[in-house]
Design a protein around this ligand. Structure first.
Ligand code: SF4
Length: 263
């Protein structure tokens, strides 16, 4: 078995983990961020466990649920209370990210519901691969979905993530049918996701959905290299350069040609 196959096998094992008790979940950490995890200043909860293994992942520490720590929704809400005024005044809210939050749908739904009921703006950052686990009630408590569509090409998507693309596209269409606002996130990696046909395919898909407010074009970077080393893992894209300005400009122009706002 080659190292990639081994990594993908571990990812598949995450799907077989028993769900946490109601009202509890497994997280890696929480943090406050500005401008990258939804509008305004965000209180971000990073859940643990992910069934994907994206070649460019910059959060490999969140991959395995067993590496995280158990918390109750009550504990997260108590921590969040200290930031509530600050994030509300700054036009922000709460983002549940990961890892993959839909690996723990009970915990994620309860957290989103409590925040939403408490008047906070809520966002869910997901690959959409487990979108079928998101109930309509959970999505009603979600003001914004940050949907990571990593490629529009099924073969490229599988090479990049280890899983198939269709569940993500199905989830995207469902969000559109439900009228839930979405920001699509697309990591631009030279030689991997920058093919003009791939970008055009994503731009066309996003334009047709009707609920996509913007596409975030996220330039690939290698800042996670040290994390991989500390975890004893090999960073597969260690030799790939970040995109240059010309490539970024070309990709933004492709989205804009379809009437899609890209930032
Ligand atoms: S979905 Fe996110 S957390 Fe999971 S491997 Fe991909 S980039 Fe990493």
């Amino acid at each position: 078995m080659n190292p990639r196959e081994e990594v993908l096998l571990q990812a598949a094992a995450e799907l077989r983990r028993p769900p946490a008790a109601a009202g509890a979940g497994v997280i890696e950490s929480w943090d406050v961020s500005v401008g990258v995890d939804g509008p305004g200043t965000r209180f971000v909860v990073f859940t643990c466990g992910c069934p994907l293994r994206c070649l460019y992942c910059h959060n490999p520490e969140t991959w395995r649920m067993r590496d995280g720590r158990r918390v109750t929704v009550d504990e997260v809400m108590a921590e969040l209370e200290g930031y509530r005024r600050f994030i509300s005044v700054a036009g922000g809210g709460v983002t549940v990210s990961g890892g993959e939050p839909l690996l723990q749908p009970g915990f994620t739904a309860e957290l989103l519901r409590r925040c939403h009921d408490g008047g906070l703006h809520t966002a869910l950052d997901t690959s959409g691969f487990l979108g079928d686990r998101a109930t309509d009630a959970m999505l009603a408590d979600t003001d914004l979905v940050l949907l990571d569509i990593k490629s529009s090409d099924p073969d490229g998507y599988r090479r990049l993530t280890g899983v198939c693309l269709e569940p993500t596209l199905r989830f995207a269409r469902r969000l559109a049918e439900l009228g839930r606002p979405a920001w699509v996130r697309f990591v631009l990696v030279p030689g991997l996701t920058d093919d003009p046909g791939n970008v055009d395919g994503l731009a066309r898909f996003a334009a047709e959905l009707g609920n996509v407010e913007r596409v975030d074009v996220l330039p690939f970077h290698r800042m996670a290299t040290g994390k991989y080393r500390r975890l004893g893992l090999r960073f597969p894209l260690a030799d790939v350069e970040p995109p240059d300005r010309a490539l970024l400009a070309r990709v933004h122009a492709q989205f804009q040609a379809y009437g899609v706002t890209s930032v």
